[in-house]
Structures are given as structure tokens and as C-alpha cells.
Write a protein that binds this ligand. Structure first.
Ligand code: ZN
Length: 138
């Protein structure tokens, strides 16, 4: 069995961002040389997510509105976590959107449904953040 590991880095200009990272994941898969197996991709931070959904701008706006309804950024003082930080909303948003995805690798490709794409969801950006890609198989 082969094993491959890679870290991707992100430093978004805005506090929140959704980035389609499917091209970087496909590049990692090519580098791994693995044709059959499993790919894990997870955010290495507790204020960011990796998830699979549609690359459609209206939906991305809907995610922002949905998450702001459930865990609004402001007022900061509404959260007990915001004593030394202002990112309680980012922790909550990350928990809603999830930590990681697992994708089957078949014949050297991500074995996706028609509209599936992998996204990095940043909820407390403007600093360097890491995403782990781990691939096992043969
Ligand atoms: Zn925090």
C-alpha cells in the first residue's frame, strides 16, 4: 500500500471565504501516483472547514446568509468564547460545515458525483492556515 501526505496553505484577504480546492486536490492525487484508494482532506484549524458541494455563486451567498443566521459574527460580546478572541462565530460555522471529506479514488481520479467539488471554507482568515491531504491505496 502506498501513502502520500501534502499540506496546502491559504491566507485569505477577507475574514470569510469559500475556495474551490478541487484543482489542488487533483494535483496532489497525480503526485501520489495512487490509482485505487481513499483520499482524506481536512482543515488543520478549528475555524475553517473542508466540505463538498456545488460550485455555484448563488449557493455560496446562501451559505454565507445561512451561517450568519445561525452564528452571526457580531455583536462579538454575545459569545462566551470572545474574551481574548473575536472568533467564536468562526468555531461554530466550522462545526456546521464540517472538518473533512473522504473521497474514493477510482482509476486515478476523484470518484465524484456530477456536481461534487471540494471547498475550503475560511471563517477566520487574514492569516496563514493549513489543509491536510492524505491519500492511501495502490
Ligand atoms: Zn477561538
Amino acid at each position: 500500500m502506498k501513502s502520500y501526505r501534502k499540506e496546502l496553505t491559504f491566507n485569505t484577504k477577507s475574514r470569510r471565504a469559500l475556495i474551490n480546492i478541487t484543482p489542488q486536490i487533483e494535483e496532489a492525487l497525480r503526485e501520489s501516483g495512487i490509482k485505487e484508494g481513499l483520499l482524506l482532506c481536512n482543515a488543520m484549524h478549528i475555524t475553517a472547514s473542508v466540505f463538498i458541494n456545488d460550485d455555484e455563486s448563488g449557493l455560496h451567498r446562501d451559505f454565507e446568509v445561512f451561517l450568519e443566521k445561525l452564528a452571526p459574527e457580531k455583536p462579538y460580546e454575545q459569545y462566551m468564547h470572545n474574551g481574548y478572541e473575536d472568533n467564536a462565530d468562526a468555531h461554530l460555522k466550522r462545526t456546521i460545515m464540517g472538518r473533512e471529506v473522504v473521497v474514493a479514488i477510482t482509476e486515478g481520479k476523484l470518484d465524484f458525483g456530477t456536481w461534487e467539488q471540494i471547498f475550503y471554507g475560511e471563517f477566520d482568515g487574514k492569516r496563514l492556515k493549513r489543509v491536510l491531504v492524505k491519500i492511501i491505496g495502490e
